[in-house]
Design a protein around this ligand. Structure first.
Ligand code: UD1
Ligand code: UDP
Length: 376
């Protein structure tokens, strides 16, 4: 029996690992174990995904918790190394661009365990983002680089990767595959389930197409009080102007900062109900909210793509994005934390909608391609 280990730790990685796990089970003959670093640990940030997504419970949870990047990543590396020495899996699958991704790549590569990177080649060209550093380092340790888009393949070529077919992939001669995006099939797969199981619209008293959906968690938005206040004020203003409630399921990092701002009297929640801060929701509820919203406003990578999968215009609360094709095709618009740009983008999208070009992220079979490439 072949033995593969997926390293996960943060919310979006559970979603990506779910798609890979389904493809592994369909392939057969592979034992797939999950290692949870414990980067995310609240029930709403972790447990709910395991309950809803049908992925195996992690065999190991390192429970590293939160902390400064260096020490958090170091604790993960030490824990993953220990597990790898005991289990000696054939390969490690690392997902996306979090500190858990980086720790998996470093621990595995130092032990000579080959790394498969799902969501390789993405670049925002902003090394001020911890995720950009994690992406670059993980890519350069990996044996298999699975790119969701042609742009990602081009980014790797620019960094000196050979993109021609290799007979046997190694860390020296890695294989680059254009596969499409695994979040695409997760969205397709779970949309049907969300339809049956999620009652989030009823719980929140929302009508389809009669609200907007926002998320904010990037450190440069959540941890900068002035930017965060600007964003909250602009979200409230957009909701009130268009009489469409703005639903903001709030990441704990942002919730902590909001509480701080309120405590200091630097931001006051309006009692008119146009901006509604709620706890983070489970994945099925999130999919249901995305499918029925008029518009998405977000600084999340995953939520930008999900907006596209459900054909919703997306206002991106960042100065740049690694998902450049969304901006190039007009489906998403970068507004950073600028209230004027945000106002214009919302007005324009609500009035005119957004163009939708299908197929930007493949055909919904990325995970099967990845598993076939790894199975050899
Ligand atoms: C991390 C990833 C980011 C990803 C995001 C997905 C890195 C560098 N960042 O950001 O790329 O987009 O996950 O959501 O890996 N916290 C809790 N409970 C939890 C988890 C976090 O309260 O279960 C709070 C803690 O105060 C913590 C803060 O959120 O310090 C930030 O958590 P952390 O995992 O460091 O970064 P994220 O912002 O979640
Ligand atoms: N998500 C969720 N509940 C929420 C917010 C997000 O289930 O309250 C899901 C979302 O649908 C997507 C993933 O979490 O699949 C994205 O995670 P996040 O925005 O935290 O991280 P990023 O994609 O930016 O790394």
């Amino acid at each position: 029996m072949r033995d593969w280990l997926s390293v996960v730790g943060a919310r979006p990685q559970f979603v990506k690992a779910a798609a890979i796990d389904r493809a592994i089970q369909a392939q057969g003959g592979i034992r797939h174990r999950l290692l949870h670093t414990g980067q995310h640990y609240d029930e709403a940030m972790s447990g709910v995904f395991f309950a809803e997504l049908g992925i195996p419970r992690p065999q190991v949870d390192l429970g590293v918790g939160s902390g400064p990047h260096g020490s958090q990543t170091a604790r993960m590396i030490a824990g993953i190394e220990q597990v790898l020495m005991e289990q000696r899996p054939e390969l490690v699958v690392a997902y996306g661009d979090t500190n858990s991704t980086l720790a998996a790549a470093i621990a595995a590569t130092k032990l000579g365990v080959p790394v498969a990177h799902v969501e390789a080649g993405l670049r925002s060209f902003n090394k001020g983002m911890p995720e950009e550093v994690n992406r670059i380092l993980c890519d350069h340790c990996s044996t298999w680089l699975f790119c969701p888009t042609p742009v990602a393949v081009r980014n790797l070529a620019r960094e000196g990767f050979g993109t021609a077919h290799v007979e046997r992939a190694t860390a020296q001669t890695p294989a680059i595959h254009l596969t499409g995006d695994v979040m695409h099939e997760s969205s397709l797969h779970f949309a049907a389930l969300a339809e049956q199981r999620s009652d989030v619209l009823r719980r929140l008293g929302l009508e389809p197409e009669r609200y907007m959906l926002a998320t904010v968690h990037r450190h440069f938005n959540a941890d900068d009080p002035e930017r965060l206040v600007r964003i909250l004020v602009a979200l409230h203003a957009a909701a009130a102007e268009h009489a469409l409630p703005m639903i903001l399921p709030i990441h704990p990092r942002t919730a902590a900062q909001v509480a701080h701002l309120e405590g200091e009297g630097r931001w006051t929640r309006a009692s008119d109900g146009w901006l509604r801060l709620i706890d983070p929701v489970g994945y099925l509820d999130m999919i249901a909210l995305e499918r029925n919203t008029r518009l998405v406003l977000t600084d999340s990578g995953g939520v930008q793509k999900e907006a596209y999968f459900f054909q919703k215009p997306c206002v991106v609360l960042r100065p740049e994005t690694e998902w450049v094709e969304l901006v190039e095709t007009g489906q998403a618009r970068l507004v950073d934390a600028d209230p004027v740009l945000l106002h214009e983008a919302v007005n324009d999208f609500l009035r005119n909608g957004a163009p939708h070009r299908p197929g930007l992220y493949g055909d919904g079979r990325a995970a099967a391609r990845i598993v076939q490439a790894l199975a050899g």
